[in-house]
Ligand binder design. Structure first.
Ligand code: NAX
Ligand code: K
Length: 516
């Protein structure tokens, strides 16, 4: 699976395994890495007046020496600035020896207009904040064209956190696979365009490391994406129940309902308190409306109509009674359908999250997806949210393990994690989604996919990706009401891709595995 994400530690293991397994040695890999960066610079910036290559003391610097030599051989005007000498016997020392350009001290470096800067100071080995001098250089280059080797120096490849300061790259060329820091904020913002170069390490060597994280792209879940078949009827295509709020807060549930319907659920029922029935009825056409004020009425609906998934939370109010009602439903209903908890359905458990987690860990508990944004995450997992040393990826994993649910930890860099630890980082997030009600639509999309039989982790990933893809295709001016209809071009590309995946399976590719 070429969409795995490797932490710097996993990448080091992959490099080591590749070198031990042969046929490429460490210096061969470094030559390949340098070639990839030099080729990109020649392709994109061949007209640059000058290229300034900044080399650090480790192997990231080693890549820089290779780049400098290749660009100079290609006729470009190259200057080399180095901080420290590579360790004797290292691959970087070989690369430095091979490089025909005499390095100047990095302390003398002043960026000039018209130069392209190659940041080969630190990559995977960044271990402490940049020094004052490096912070100054990073700041001085912030409006220049910077090509970062592997990672912009100062960005932690593991967490995406900035150590002191960081170079702001136009393009980052990384090797073999992306690292979390290329996708998690704020690191992602410093990377610019991320190019993944093949330096000769095979997919099998990467797979042997067993990374438990992927970039959230359709490749990660298309094999599970639901497609109706000729025998489908409305209930077999999936039935979603969405709980509506009171008369002043009914819109959120209708947004979720429309998200569920557009992603392909054959039937969606809005469960409405009687006080909201008139207003919901005035706004709904294809969505089924059912009055339900009491737990008995909800249980009767579940028994009679057997929905395949439920959305609980949007517009319900964060007071304790919303949580109490859910707990009562979880305690009473035998075989509750899968559940998406969002918004007030999460906030209602502030200060008492263990009541929810206990219920979700009980035998027979439904498969559940929790979709907190930053504030809701902090309400449910205050200690995990407060951990300053771990990444958003690790926080989502810890939350999934504790709650027993798939977590969609929302934000510009949404992370999806399963209780097993398997996780995905989303890369197509867009600020267009920062609009009221967009999260309600997401919960509906997720429930719509669950109702169609998609496993919870894959449904959560697909919902997050499709939601953002729809927003990107729609473009500026998007409001939450537009999102369900904006899903159409996305779905119309996903369905043929799903069909193609089916044919691949028929022709012998291994079947898609559930990662939840
Ligand atoms: N054979 C390999 O392992 C390959 C490695 N490659 C390159 O090697 C890089 C990793 O190399 P390294 O593990 O040597 O790590 P780096 O070159 O990223 O940095 C390690 C060195 O920097 C020092 N250092 C870290 N943070 C510092 C800071 N803030 N201020 C001052 N000094 C600091 C460390 O003490 C160490 O000497 C990758 O990012 C990639 O560019 C590629 O050439 C592909 C092959
Ligand atoms: K770098």
């Amino acid at each position: 699976m070429a969409h795995e994400i490797l932490t710097p530690a996993e990448m080091a293991l992959v490099d080591r395994a590749a070198i031990e397994g042969g046929p490429l040695s460490g210096i061969d890999l470094m030559h390949n890495a340098g070639h990839a960066v030099a080729a990109l610079i020649l392709e994109r910036f061949s007209g640059a007046a000058k290229v300034d290559v900044l080399c650090g003391p480790g192997n990231n610097g080693g890549d820089g020496y290779v780049v400098a030599g290749l660009l100079s051989d290609a006729g470009m005007n190259v200057a080399l600035y180095a901080q420290g000498r590579p360790r004797v016997g290292s691959d970087a020392a070989i690369a430095a020896r091979e490089c025909p350009i005499q390095p100047q001290p990095l302390a003398d470096y002043e960026p000039e207009a018209g130069s392209v800067i190659v940041d080969a100071l630190f990559g995977a080995g960044l271990s402490k904040p940049l020094s004052h001098e490096l912070c100054r250089i990073a700041e001085a280059t912030s409006s220049r064209t910077v090509v970062a080797v592997d990672l912009p120096s100062g960005v932690s490849g593991e967490t995406g956190v900035i150590l002191g300061a960081a170079f702001r790259a136009a393009i980052t060329v990384t090797f073999t696979r992306k690292k979390p820091g290329h996708l998690l904020l704020p690191g992602r913002d410093f990377c610019g365009e991320v190019v993944v170069a093949d330096i000769g390490i095979g997919d099998r060597t990467v797979a042997a490391i067993g990374s438990a994280c992927v970039e959230n792209t359709p490749a990660a879940w298309i094999g599970h994406f639901p497609a109706p078949n000729i025998n489908s009827y409305k209930y077999s295509r999936g039935h979603v129940g969405v709980f509506s709020g009171g008369p002043a807060a009914t819109g959120a549930a209708r947004l979720a309902a429309m998200g569920a319907a557009r992603i392909g659920a054959g039937a969606v029922t809005l469960l409405s308190p009687s006080a909201s029935t008139a207003i919901n009825a005035a706004h709904l056409t294809s969505i089924i409306l059912r009055e339900a004020d009491t737990l008995e009425e909800v249980l009767a609906f579940l028994e009679a109509r057997r929905p395949h998934s439920l959305v609980y939370g949007p517009g319900l109010g964060a007071e304790a009674d919303a949580g109490d009602f859910l707990l009562a439903m979880l305690a009473k209903a035998g075989g509750l359908p899968s559940l998406v908890l969002d918004a007030d359905g999460l906030s209602t458990f502030a200060g008492r999250p263990e009541l929810l987690f206990d219920a979700l860990h009980r035998d027979g508990a439904p498969a559940t997806v929790l979709s907190p944004h930053e504030g809701e995450f902090r309400r449910l997992f205050p200690d995990i949210a407060g951990e300053s040393q771990i990444s958003k990826l690790e926080k989502a994993r810890a939350a999934a393990k504790r709650s027993g649910a798939v977590i969609i930890y929302k934000g510009p860099d949404t992370v999806i994690a399963a209780p097993s630890g398997y996780a995905a980082i989303n890369g197509n997030g867009t600020p267009l989604l920062a609009t009221a009600g967009s999260g309600d639509v997401l919960s509906g999309i997720c429930a719509g996919l669950l109702a169609q039989g998609m496993p919870p982790f894959e449904a959560a990933c697909a919902a997050v990706w499709a939601h953002a893809d729809a927003a990107l295709r729609f473009g500026p001016g998007l409001i939450a009401e537009d999102l369900p209809l904006a899903l159409l071009p996305t779905i119309r590309e996903l369905l043929p891709a799903r069909q193609a995946e089916r044919w691949n399976t028929v022709f012998g590719k291994p079947d898609a595995q559930t990662k939840g």
